[in-house]
Design a protein around this ligand. Structure first.
Ligand code: PMP
Ligand code: GLU
Length: 393
């Protein structure tokens, strides 16, 4: 009945887990949810007021496919001030979340059979989005290069059909951040090999040590090849308002806008007014949240350091910790995916929700999110510690 295309894709693990969590909570289970990557903060008051004002003033009609001019102007200003990037409003398309900004871009650039480089661990939706447009995800194994890509590593994956490289910086799920030098090397490689870079920078404001570099800001040649993806879900905790955007050269932006014009027209005007207010009137809101995330990161790491045999990638940004649980394989009976079995046990025996690494292409890992209060986080990790101890003792 359904299309062949649908048979090639797996439903989103993160969304499914979060639905399971709500179900268990409704049944009265005292569950700690460290699964979904959703800020526990509320949207800035000023953005809320602007959304209400938009409704009261009947700013509720169809508007430009590319997004409200006022919002795109605010994004142009943000790019100049925060990223040292010079763009015009024509380069920006505002979409229904970063998810739609990415899928529009893939629709606009890819032909069936084109190959897209997807470094592992990858964010859960990338491979499925690529398959949905009939193209081929080519997974890049980063386990020997510190879970980051390098130009040398990419060489062995490039073919004449390679069209796009996905780069997530800071990374979900690894929490790693690329330096200016690392980005310059990767960007130059892509220019030399005529590969577009889809640079997902949705966590740019959650970067703890490294000063964040936007890929497109490195050189004009790299800028021309880069489609930057960003949004308001993480920086301004506006997940439900669904505003994301793409920034690209004029030709690509036009193509993205054509795709969006047919599929969805544009995202909610009310949400777009709220987003414009966030950038224009409270651009420091993300820094307040970042401070909190850093405290939580430190709390989490101090607990993880006490868990026997547990390894993890030291989180430099975003709000995730990617843990290597392979040491416990010998202590558990399982069939199929090890990380799924481990997470099922965590959920059912210790009442903690985490995401199995297989969702990100790495079955020896699990991901926790620390976008929750320190109290919840500590309790969750202490429960995890007790569960692991019970497993190995
Ligand atoms: N990219 C990454 C790396 C993400 O973690 C997410 C998750 N929210 C998205 C894109 C999609 O975000 P949005 O809510 O704006 O669709
Ligand atoms: N990006 C978040 C995560 O990775 C939200 C879930 C999703 O959009 O799939 O958990």
């Amino acid at each position: 009945m359904v299309s062949d295309r649908i048979h090639t894709v797996t439903p989103s693990y993160t969304i499914n887990i979060s639905m399971k969590v709500s179900e268990m909570k409704q049944q009265g289970k005292n569950l700690i949810d460290l699964s979904i990557g959703e800020p526990d903060f509320n949207i800035p008051e000023i953005s809320k007021k602007e959304a209400i004002k938009a409704l009261n003033h009947n700013k509720t009609k169809y508007d430009k496919v590319q997004g409200l001019l006022e919002l795109r102007k605010a994004i142009v200003k943000k790019l100049k001030n925060e990223n040292n990037l010079s763009y015009k409003v024509e380069n920006i398309v505002v979409s229904n979340g970063a998810k739609q900004a990415i899928s529009n871009t893939l629709m606009a650039l890819l032909n069936p059979g084109d190959e897209v480089l997807v470094p592992k661990p990858y964010w859960v939706s990338y491979p499925e989005m690529i398959k949905l447009v009939g193209s081929i995800p080519v997974f890049v194994d980063t386990s020997r290069t510190g879970y980051k890509i390098t130009s040398e590593l990419l060489k062995s994956y490039v073919t004449p059909r390679t069209k796009i490289l996905f780069l997530t910086n800071p990374s979900n799920p690894s929490g790693l951040v690329y330096s200016y030098e690392q980005l310059m090397e990767i960007g130059s490689f892509c220019v030399e090999n005529n590969i577009y870079i889809l640079s997902d920078e949705i966590y740019e404001r959650i970067c703890f040590n490294e000063i964040f570099t936007s890929m497109a800001s490195i050189s004009n040649a790299i800028k021309d090849k880069t489609i930057t993806i960003n949004g308001f879900s993480k920086s301004f905790a506006m997940t439900g308002l669904r505003i994301g955007y793409s920034i690209s050269n004029t030709e690509i932006a036009k193509a993205i806008s054509t795709v969006q014009g047919h599929f969805t027209s544009h995202p909610s005007t009310i949400s777009q007014w709220a987003a414009a207010a966030s950038l224009n009137e409270c651009s420091n809101a993300p820094d307040i949240m970042k401070k909190e995330y850093k405290k939580r990161r430190d709390t989490a790491v101090s607990i993880l350091n006490t868990i026997p045999q547990l390894k993890y990638l030291y989180p430099e940004g975003a709000f995730y910790i990617f843990m290597d649980i392979s040491a416990y394989k010998k202590n558990m009976k399982y069939q199929g995916s090890f990380s799924s079995a481990f997470c099922n046990n965590l959920l059912n025996k210790a009442l903690i929700a985490a995401v199995p690494g297989i969702a990100f292409g790495m079955d020896d890992f699990i991901r926790i999110s620390y976008a929750c209060s320190e109290k919840v986080l500590s309790e969750g990790l202490n429960r995890m510690s007790a569960y692991i101890r019970s497993l190995i003792e």
